[in-house]
Design a protein around this ligand. Structure first.
Ligand code: F0G
Length: 467
């Protein structure tokens, strides 16, 4: 059979609410053209994130009722711990309310001013939590990752030579840990090969540097390894994941991604001394070590989700359906980060909208137009989010797990192709108001021409913007 169907049927539904174009235009003005400031009820298809937005299974909902809400020694904790131990093999597992809480605890314990933490590409909360300790977060993606059009099997890999150079220049004693993010979210949701994980293990071992995985999307990464890396075709996703974890000294994990949970996470380590310090910090801000800021029922949902996510039929559907969105828009001329990643498709907005200069936020302009046209919400990953540090001007369409069907995705494809057909009409934006940090969450924008002056260098581009 050629058609890959959703490997589940639907028992409980949430109605979607339609809005008119006029309503959306009013909502955009009221929200200062920032889609984070639009209420979810006014969104038709929400591709803002794949985090915490999964549909839970009947088994997960059933498990919630087993939640043991005891403050200390909850049965639910031990059920989750058994699943995590079998999967990761790490000596210690500390539950946290989400991934960034695990990051904060790990970096508070390990990092000091003057330290450097390398990663293939740090996610923004990871970078922020490292920088908050006074340490420096360094991204070392392979050079090919800079070209959004390059089609590599493992474009999320770390540049291992650059890692070794960094260690020699910085001194191993100033590098408290090295990390690999699987899959590489900020690098386009691209996978990391087992060979690359092994190479990073080898280099970090040689210099005595602890090596951690940011394992949010470990199962999607395992599936890519099974499909693309020689030698793994007959392995189960679980065996591949177990091998990935066995190469590391610990991990941070957000259960909001590959555990189908709406909240939760954990921090793992093999280091007994660190585990004591981490547990003490956990008690200070998250909670007792057998619940770590979560309800017992959340621990149950994670335990079940971690097993379901490794089902081959699920992972096959997941990766193929993300690729389906990517191929259907890319084959009709919309430039995406190639090849399609695991959890999201990233449109290269700078390439799609060359008439909008970076200073006028092509990714944000595209996000606004897609909402205005079709009620779809996606997120800019570019100069709005990262300022001068932005490497690309992207629009991320993240796909919640088990939530949308193929016809929802067909609607998204149609909407993007319609916007693409008249892309010359899309205008840039400028910032009207912005907060001092993480401005993408609350900045307000206005269309460039609405202030009655056009400072746009795009006016010089032949066939430039239609106003
Ligand atoms: N690491 C990676 C690679 C992530 O993608 C995220 C979250 C985190 C850490 C932090 O986990 O949200 O549970 O605190 N990514 C979400 C996203 C928010 O939309 O990509 P968290």
């Amino acid at each position: 059979m050629k058609t890959i169907i959703e490997p589940f049927r639907i028992k409980s539904v949430e109605p979607l609410r339609y809005t008119t174009r006029e309503e959306r235009e009013r909502l955009l003005v009221a929200a200062g053209y920032n889609l984070f400031l639009i209420e979810a009820k006014d969104i038709l298809i929400d591709l803002l994130t794949d985090s915490g937005t999964s549909a839970m299974s009947t088994e997960q909902w059933a498990a919630l009722m087993r939640g043991d809400e005891s403050y200390a020694g909850s049965e639910s904790f031990f059920r989750m711990k058994r699943v995590v131990d079998e999967l990761t093999g790490f000596r210690h597992m500390i539950p946290t309310h989400q991934g960034r809480a695990a990051e904060r605890i790990l970096f508070t314990v390990m990092c000091r001013p003057g330290h450097v933490v390398p990663n293939n590409t740090h996610f923004d909360t990871t970078r922020a939590n490292i920088e908050f300790t006074g340490a420096r977060a360094v991204d070392l993606p392979i050079p090919e990752a800079a070209d959004t059009q390059a089609r590599l099997d493992f474009k999320g890999n770390m540049d291992v030579e650059a890692l070794e150079r960094l260690i020699q220049e910085t001194g191993a004693e100033h590098i408290p840990l090295a990390m690999l993010t699987v899959t590489n979210n900020s690098g386009g949701g691209q996978p990391v090969s087992m060979a690359n994980i092994e190479a990073v293990r080898l280099v970090t071992s040689r210099y005595g540097i602890p090596f951690y995985l940011d394992a949010c999307r470990f199962a999607e990464n395992a599936w890519f390894i099974r499909q693309r890396e020689p030698g793994y075709a007959s392995w189960t996703p679980k065996q591949i994941a177990q091998k990935m974890f066995s190469l590391a000294d610990g991990c941070t994990f957000s259960a909001k991604k590959d555990a189908f949970a709406n909240i939760g996470g954990f921090l793992s380590t093999n280091d007994d001394r660190l585990a004591v310090q981490e547990t003490n910090l956990l008690i200070l801000t998250e909670g007792f070590p057998t619940y770590g800021g979560l309800a017992g029922r959340d621990l149950e949902a994670i335990a079940v989700g971690l097993q379901e996510v490794l089902e081959p039929a699920y992972l096959n559907y997941r990766i193929i359906s993300t690729g389906y969105l990517g191929r259907h828009i890319a084959d009709h001329g919309v430039p995406i980060v190639e090849p399609p990643g695991g959890h999201a498709i990233y449109i290269d907005a700078a390439r799609m909208l060359p008439h909008i200069p970076r200073a006028q936020f092509p990714g944000q302009a595209l996000a606004v137009e897609l909402y205005r046209h079709a009620g779809i919400r996606a997120v800019e990953i570019g100069s709005v989010m990262f300022g001068d540090q932005a490497r690309h001007e992207l629009l991320r369409l993240a796909i919640p797990r088990r939530v949308y069907t193929q016809s929802h995705i067909d609607y998204v494809v149609e909407a993007i192709l319609e916007v693409n057909a008249r892309k010359e009409e899309i205008r840039g934006l400028e910032i009207a108001e912005e907060p001092p940090f993480l401005r993408h969450f609350s900045a307000r924008f206005r269309p460039v021409s609405s202030v009655g002056q056009d400072a746009s260098p795009a006016a010089d581009v032949p066939g430039g913007p239609v106003r």
